[in-house]
Design a protein around this ligand. Structure first.
Ligand SMILES: [Cu+2]
Length: 129
């Protein structure tokens, strides 16, 4: 009988530990992770949706061979300003907290003699809810 009580107690203890762990992983999951493939000359996906007031972590994975690109959001009205360089074939990560809900443009701010990368198609939309 004693053994059964101890076993039951142990099971209850382990179950409650698991519940605690699950709750913890929920609350530490605040960072909104987004992955964008950077090509010459496009972003994939070109529309991302995030929530305001929570950190956003964008990983830029460049599959461009040599050409460097960047990820830029520049919206003076909302105070949203993000610039992250990404070299050809490399990864780069940028973290920021979007404060104001809205729909904003992100783009590559690089230029070459033929014009801006943005005009070539390196432009997308970030929706902040
Ligand atoms: Cu570019």
């Amino acid at each position: 009988m004693k053994r059964i009580t101890i076993t039951l107690f142990l099971i209850l203890f382990l179950v409650s530990l698991n519940i605690l762990r699950a709750e913890n992983s929920d609350s530490s999951d605040e960072v909104q992770k987004v992955e964008i493939i950077v090509e010459s000359y496009s972003f994939n996906p070109d529309t991302i949706t995030v929530e305001a007031g929570k950190p956003v972590e964008i990983t830029l994975r460049s599959v461009a061979s040599i050409i460097s690109h960047n990820f830029t959001i520049d919206d003076p009205e909302s105070g949203l300003y993000v610039v992250q360089e990404v070299k050809g074939g490399r990864d780069a990560t940028v973290t920021f907290i979007p404060e104001k809900p809205g729909t904003y443009k992100f783009y590559c701010g690089k230029k070459n003699i033929f014009g801006s990368h943005e005009k070539k198609g390196m432009v997308g939309t970030i929706i902040i809810n």
